[in-house]
Design a protein around this ligand. Structure first.
Ligand SMILES: Cc1ncc(COP(=O)(O)O)c(C=O)c1O
Length: 389
């Protein structure tokens, strides 16, 4: 079939902005350029050893080789509930209020299928993690974008959403600590979200994938710490960024039991549970001594200090992130996000991500991921200095 007719939902996906960068990257690699890749949010550090060892042991148990349950092992869900109580002071019923996921992306992508009818609106941050919009589109919903602007601390202005949009809105996605801006949110904002959701009958999906990548000892909070949050929504959590486990595919959602049950229904019809050996390794991760994650944070903090000092020294506009391993950098005058990204790649062998790839309001910024060593970050700053001076 020379020209297969594809579904509208595939044809309507936003253009893949990164393909031009990918092409340039391939070309540079073919020429033997020593690329410094600050483009992807994938930790370079290894998964802590006790977790790996637990997987090895668990993989040898034939009881773990069969289909796992959809909602996850009760032992894993209990470990997640215990972790939430220790870390956030939030009490959860492991049976009703925790759902295991094949990474938080799985739950985020499926959520619109559970909560939107065709034509319903999802409120989505711009710039934002692209899966919120893709999931909405696949469910036949419409995205209404909420601009995240520097002057508002990269928080959405909920009171500016037009009334007719609100009437059709069912779902609100928020994400703090935020990808790509690295902004964090305080209790006051989450309280406003709960009141807003109640008033407008919205389901809130808070994406908390980066809660453990924080700096200067200031811990980001859980949405569920706020009074009434569990009545209006759920929170997605991931072991990917916290424990350097992006390839393992394990995360979970917590919160309102009926909302989780609906998400679970989509899951049980479309995919399966997480490999039990990975869930057992996940239990090990959630019970790991804090010293492991402290060490990971120390490494990122050193990288952050190196990169921020370097970028400020070059006269670039950047605020030191309080959390996440991303740095959101204003592009110099005369460049668009895409042009600056291509310039850095082509002339300095540095891979970054144009902010415009995360939505229209990401224009004017690039995102740098601190997922390379401190030495490589210093090398990147040196190359930028030679390029921009
Ligand atoms: C904001 C945000 N949410 C969710 C995810 C998904 O993470 P995972 O599916 O590995 O849990 C990512 C991954 O990059 C992310 O940046």
């Amino acid at each position: 079939m020379p020209n297969p007719k594809l579904a509208d939902r595939i044809r309507n996906l936003p253009p893949y902005l990164f393909s031009a960068i990918d092409q340039l990257k391939q070309k540079a690699m073919a020429k033997g350029v020593d690329l410094i890749n600050l483009g992807i949010g994938d930790p370079d550090l290894p998964t802590p050893e006790p977790i790996v060892r637990r997987l090895q042991r668990s993989a040898e148990n034939p009881a773990n080789h069969q289909y796992p349950s959809y909602e996850g092992m009760i032992a894993f869900r209990q470990a997640a509930a215990d972790w939430y109580r220790r870390r956030f002071g939030v009490t959860l019923d492991a049976k009703e209020e925790v759902l295991t996921l094949i990474g938080s992306k799985e739950g985020i992508g499926h959520a619109p299928l559970a909560f939107l009818n065709p034509g319903d609106v999802a409120l989505i941050p711009d710039p934002g993690y692209p899966v919120y919009h893709a999931g909405t589109l696949f469910a036949g919903g419409r995205s209404h974008l909420l601009p995240l602007k520097k002057e508002n601390g990269f928080l959405p202005e909920l009171d500016r959403i037009p009334k007719p949009v609100l009437k059709k809105a069912r779902l609100l996605f928020i994400n703090y600590p935020n990808n790509p801006t690295s902004a964090t949110a305080e209790r006051e904002f989450f309280g406003e979200v709960v009141r807003f959701a109640r008033r407008n009958k919205l389901i809130v999906c808070h994406d908390n994938a980066y809660s453990e990548v924080y700096f200067d000892g200031v811990k980001p909070m859980s949405f569920l710490e706020v009074e009434g949050a569990k009545d209006v929504g759920i929170e997605f959590h991931s072991l990917s960024k916290t424990f350097n486990m992006t390839g393992w595919r394990i995360g979970f959602a917590v919160g309102h039991p009926r909302i989780l049950a609906a998400l679970g229904k989509v899951k049980s019809n479309l995919d399966s549970g997480v490999f039990q050996a990975v869930q057992e390794a996940g239990i090990e991760a959630l019970n790991l001594k804090d010293s492991f994650t402290d060490e990971i944070r120390k490494i990122y903090q050193e990288r952050r200090d190196t990169l921020i000092a370097g970028l400020l020294g070059l006269g670039l506009k950047v605020d030191p992130p309080k959390a996440t391993f991303y740095v959101w950098v204003g592009v110099p005058k005369g460049f668009t996000a895409m042009k600056f990204t291509m310039h850095l790649l082509d002339r300095a062998g540095i891979v970054t991500t144009p902010g415009s790839g995360f939505g229209k309001c990401g224009e004017g910024y690039i995102r740098m991921a601190m997922t390379v060593s401190n030495d490589r970050l210093m090398e990147a700053v040196g190359r930028m200095e030679r390029l921009l001076s």
